[in-house]
Design a binder for this molecule. Structure first.
Ligand SMILES: [Zn+2]
Length: 276
């Protein structure tokens, strides 16, 4: 199980700051049922345990920074305790799964039917992941050009549902043919989206100043989706691969782990007008 995960998502393909691979568990323990999740939180652990999973494969690291205790008195320590007591392993494939081809952003690109895919941020020449279309984010052509306003509505319809939905920055009437997508926080790739000459870039966690300055400099339109919604599509690809390669049973979590739970659109002008 671990060997197959590391074959498809080699740890050497992860960013230097990242922490991937087996977090909890013994590689010699047989695995029959795998739960695929974006985040390891009490709710997704409940789901995995209730489904009788022997292993959780997660996108986000449970333990990213230095840890000196996993006592059950802390949020993460409690999760580690629950997993070990239930004999459930935990494996993380994070930036190594972003970089892989197919990887996280391929599943996101597939939701839009993008063709002619190429990496937004290709793996650096000479790095372990270099070549074969690997790298973070994907650029491709939409099956049909649409305006930014249409694409924003379309994105909200094809991505997993969240309270956040999708917001966009730029001229709503701008025509989008070429789209860049990057699952998760894509702030760091704004300059690369501009250099690639795409019409729009969809990612998550965009901020006021970087987004505003990017647009003022003539960069592509931006679509800001919910972080979880941009990575959830990959879980289907992961699960399908594990079933095909290892014959294990899989559970894919549809539990929205995005922290945002409420979204209110501003009232329209008509709604604001006092009633006669
Ligand atoms: Zn992420």
């Amino acid at each position: 199980m671990v060997a197959e995960l590391e074959r498809r998502y080699p740890p050497a393909w992860a960013e230097e700051w990242d922490r991937v691979g087996l977090v909890v568990g013994d590689p010699s323990t047989p695995v029959r049922r795998v739960a695929c999740v974006v985040d390891v939180v009490p709710e997704t652990v409940d789901e995995a345990l209730a489904a009788g999973a022997d292993m959780i494969v997660a996108h986000h690291p449970l333990l990213l920074r230095g840890v000196s205790s996993v006592a059950a008195t802390s949020f993460k320590g409690r999760i580690v305790h629950r997993l070990i007591k239930a004999d459930v392993a935990l494996h993380v494939a994070h930036t190594n799964a972003d970089t892989a081809n197919p990887g996280v952003s391929d599943a996101l690109a597939a939701r839009f039917g993008l063709t002619g895919l190429r990496p937004l941020h290709p793996a650096a020449p000479g790095s372990p992941a270099a070549g074969d279309g690997r790298g973070i984010g994907r650029i491709g052509e939409l099956p049909t050009p649409m305006t930014l306003a249409e694409l924003t509505r379309h994105a909200a319809a094809v991505l997993p549902v969240t309270a956040w939905g999708v917001r966009a920055a730029g001229d709503p009437d701008r025509t989008v043919r070429t789209l860049a997508v990057s699952g998760g926080s894509g702030d760091a790739f704004l300059a690369e989206a501009t250099a690639a000459g795409v019409d729009a870039f969809l990612t998550a966690d965009l901020r006021h100043h970087p987004a505003g300055e990017h647009l003022a400099a003539g960069g592509p339109a931006l679509l800001d989706a919910a972080h979880w919604a941009t990575e959830r599509p990959w879980l289907d690809d992961l699960a399908a691969h594990l079933r095909a390669a290892l014959g294990v049973e899989t559970i894919v979590s549809d539990l929205d782990t995005d922290p945002w739970t409420v979204h209110a659109a501003a009232p329209t002008v008509a709604e604001k007008e006092p009633r006669p």
